[in-house]
Design a protein around this ligand. Sequence first.
Ligand code: F0G
Length: 457
Amino acid sequence: MLQPGVSILKTIIEPFRIKSVEPLRQTTVEERSRLVAGVGYNLFLLRANDILIDLLTDSGTSAMSTEQWAGMMRGDESYAGSESYFRLKSAAGSLMGFKHVIPAHQGRAAERILFSVLCKPGHIVPNNTHFDTTRANVEFTGAQAVDLLKTEARDTQAQLPFKGDMDTQALERLIAEHGRERIPLVMLTVTNNSGGGQPVSMSNIEQVRQITRRHGIPLYLDACRFAENAWFIHDREPGYAGWSPRDIAHKMFSLSDGCTFSAKKDAFANIGGLLCSNDDRLAELEKNLLILTEGFPTYGGLAGRDLEAIAVGLVEILDPHYLAYRIASTAYLGRHIADHGVPIVEPPGGHAIYIDAARMLPHIPRHQFPAQALAVELYRHAGIRSVEIGSVMFGEHAQNELLRLAIPRRVYTQSHIDYVVEAILEVNAMKDRLRGYEIVSQPPVLRHFSCTFSPLA
Ligand code: F0G
């Protein structure tokens, strides 16, 4: 039986101490009101220096360890055949078991290359839920991105252990209706980011594996948060309590034909991604595209030192003490606001807490972006940056109106999170005063990054 805690005390502490610090800048409510109006109420357009606690994303925002920084110094910056690449290939290869490990500058670069090689107009790509860039990269090839989440998982209040599971019956129906030839791959996003940071069970991966194998369709993992998913399996799925996170992760990967991976999440790296598979012919095509825009296949758009940071991070992320702390500290934020009346996606996710803004602010209709209204108010009130995951981000594909509070890895302490809890409860107490927004300008794709809003009276 794996024992995550070394002590018998109940308090879960941050399993690290702090050696280097970054000061936080305090601002006033008046300053923040002016700043947020000045950027058209789009928090992506703020300067980071004007933010106190930044929960915009857990991507690329991790604090690196002393071992990672030591690895950075060892980085081999050779254009071709860098030793750092071989260290990364060995770390990723032994964990994931894939023959081909192709570095890329981040997850979406791996996605773009994979979909460019596999997809064309008329194709359909099923996923439990596509993340925004994943959906955009599928659609950019002319293929259609389809989300196949179970109906019961769409209820934000349902307490299910594996809300990220794919609806396997819907997958069978989709294949029967459109034919295997139109489906170049099936993807599973672990954990399901857009669906609340919810895990996918091992048994669901196995079922999807059986279906895809029967039809000869490759199965890929969008593995951004594979370690957090592994911890949920360890915690919640019968039969896995005695398994190490590494063994669980290894099994997850072994059930797939390949993966895209953003090392900016579960590898504690500030930049980087991977595209992995066992298919020689595919890897050849992918490397040809890689050279065109990312770089030679032994660096893929990264510096040698970045490859080192990822190699070390892939080992550190699977430390059971770290994962126990990570999942417990995210749940701490979730429980402290939910138990005081703020509706969140239940149960708490791995990397983030998602407030159900439509439920919290029923007086603001969906087309007036309730989660955006909440994001703006949380910034104005307390200097906290969060992100809308709803109709601004996904337009008509949005399942819910969520506000995501993503927690950077190893960055904030419990007192930072206590401040966030207090701020959210204060905003909740004055929620009736919040008003909706309308969009005044927007780009043709991925509008949430740069559109501007105007408050409604
Ligand atoms: N897939 C998922 C599930 C993601 O969450 C992300 C990024 C990507 C792919 C793309 O990876 O950023 O390295 O290009 N998610 C970040 C977020 C941006 O804030 O959730 P990337």
